[in-house]
Write a protein that binds this ligand. Structure first.
Ligand code: GDP
Length: 462
């Protein structure tokens, strides 16, 4: 690939869209918020004001600006917009890594303003802290709080300021409680319109994902934070080798196993040789097709996708290529260009090796759907001082039952399955063995269920 003579002084061309993840406790409104961002962008803007990608939604700067009105002047920004990862939750956040950190550049922590901090809010904060990801707090569901009474058409912050004079405002109380909770976690926080420079302060944006009030404010803050903190990291070599993270491995009729991936650097083209993290070894294959959702396509029609010759970061894309059956969600995908295939394979192997789980002579068997979730499980178990005999990505297979049976202690003859299915033949094995299965899609609940089981067992033996 020859170098282009691109004018390097106009590096704005090479700034990519920041990748945004939405995290928070279950039922606090993550999905509704993402739907609202998609929905209102469609209403406000012209056709094409947002672009639906595989696994992500792109909101261009112009659309943010249209939604935010006077709050966002496009001339003040040179980042192209925001790319929201469609799968909410810190589970997907922590499993989606890139370059040893998080795939997302910035996050929205959704907190139900009436419910306050909950276990998964704290888990999310731990993850954000660990990965050094800047975030904004969306204080959601303000529409249900007594005392919330905005004037139609009035910017949300003015309504709130007016109401904050009223000592009895429940909303105000709740918001101050959030500031207190964040401060307990070591963050100073403030309502975003009082935050002068985003420096050292976490902005809290009161909003309703349901009615849409405050959503433009949230987009404004995200744009502002990105512009201030992420600009230098967003500069990419637009023609460089594509680098991305696998969101999901999916069977697709006519294509076999495909990858849904988010590209965070460079460009990927049809015909490129790629290296993908696999369950056993890195997979080397050739891109047969790159697919994007066809605009307005019916979900059930055959032609849901259209082929595109190339995709540049940041973007979500479906990659069709041979031999992807053993690719892993959460693993890196890299285009071979500028480097030899061996070098790229070595890099992918190295990246995968970072995710190592410490195992013991005796312990439980852990299965999880992605590498990152396996790592998150391993961290949670370590914290709870539960030893691990074996930890692997994938559905629960008869082999796992056999391994669990070899555990010495009864409390260890257990399989903990996170976000995985039980294969039919493993189901039979489980019935005839004394191995217990615990399966859940919330890590702390899974650990709690197991701890309760151990407690009960020990009590019954006393
Ligand atoms: P998630 O589990 O965090 O993705 O939460 P959901 O988006 O599924 O929301 C959980 C519930 O809260 C649903 O019944 C939503 O309709 C409701 N909900 C979400 N946001 C709001 C809001 O701003 N106001 C109100 N009144 N309800 C909301």
């Amino acid at each position: 690939m020859s170098d282009t003579d691109a004018d390097t002084t106009t590096d704005a061309d090479a700034l990519r869209t920041p990748i945004v993840a939405v995290l928070g406790h279950v039922d606090h409104g993550k999905t509704t918020l993402l739907d609202r961002i998609r929905g209102s962008a469609v209403q406000e803007g012209e056709a094409g004001a947002i672009t639906q990608h595989i696994g992500a939604t792109a909101v261009p700067l112009e659309t943010v600006s249209e939604m935010a009105g006077a709050l966002v002047d496009p001339d003040d920004f040179d980042l192209p917009g925001l790319l929201f990862i469609d799968t909410p939750g810190h589970h997907s956040f922590s499993t989606l890594r890139a370059r040893g950190g998080a795939l997302a550049d910035i996050a929205v922590l959704v907190v139900d303003v009436n419910d306050g901090f909950q276990p998964q809010t704290e888990e999310a904060i731990d993850i954000l802290r660990r990965t050094g990801t800047p975030f904004v707090v969306a204080a959601n569901k303000v529409d249900t709080t007594p005392g919330w009474n905005p004037q139609e058409g009035e910017p949300i912050q003015r309504s709130l300021e007016a109401q904050s004079d009223r000592a009895e405002s429940r909303l105000n109380e709740n918001l101050y409680e959030l500031i207190g909770d964040l401060s307990d976690e070591g963050f100073s926080a403030d309502f975003y319109w009082r935050v002068q420079d985003f420096q050292g302060n976490i902005g809290i944006v009161p909003l309703s994902a349901m009615t849409g009030e405050g959503v433009p404010d949230l987009l404004t803050v995200l744009m502002g934070l990105s512009q201030r903190f992420l600009k230098s990291e967003m500069s990419i070599d637009v023609a460089g080798p594509g680098r991305g993270t696998v969101l999901e491995v999916k069977e697709e009729r006519g294509f076999g196993a495909t990858l849904d991936a988010v590209l965070y650097d460079g460009v990927i083209r049809t015909g490129d040789t790629i290296v993908v993290g696999g369950q056993y070894d890195p997979i080397v294959t050739e891109v047969r097709a790159l697919l994007q959702p066809r605009p307005n396509a019916e979900m059930r029609t055959e032609k849901r996708f259209e082929k595109v010759p190339e995709v540049a970061a940041a973007a979500g894309v479906k990659i069709a290529a041979p031999d992807l059956d053993e690719a892993m969600a959460g693993a890196p995908v890299r285009v071979v260009r500028d480097q030899t295939e061996e070098e790229v394979v070595a890099e992918v192997r190295e990246e995968l090796a970072e995710i190592e789980v410490e195992t013991a002579e005796d312990g439980v068997v852990v299965k999880a759907d992605t590498l990152g979730s396996l790592e998150a499980m391993a961290n949670a178990l370590e914290e709870a001082e539960i030893p691990i005999l074996r930890a692997e990505v994938g559905d629960i297979a008869p082999r796992d039952v056999a391994v669990a049976e070899t555990a010495n202690e009864e409390t260890h003859r257990v399989i903990l399955g996170f976000n995985v299915d039980v294969l039919a033949n493993a189901e039979e094995e489980l019935e005839t063995s004394d191995v217990r299965l615990f399966a859940d899609d919330v890590i702390y609940q899974l650990v709690e269920e197991y701890e309760e089981y151990v407690d009960d067992l020990q009590r019954s033996q006393q």
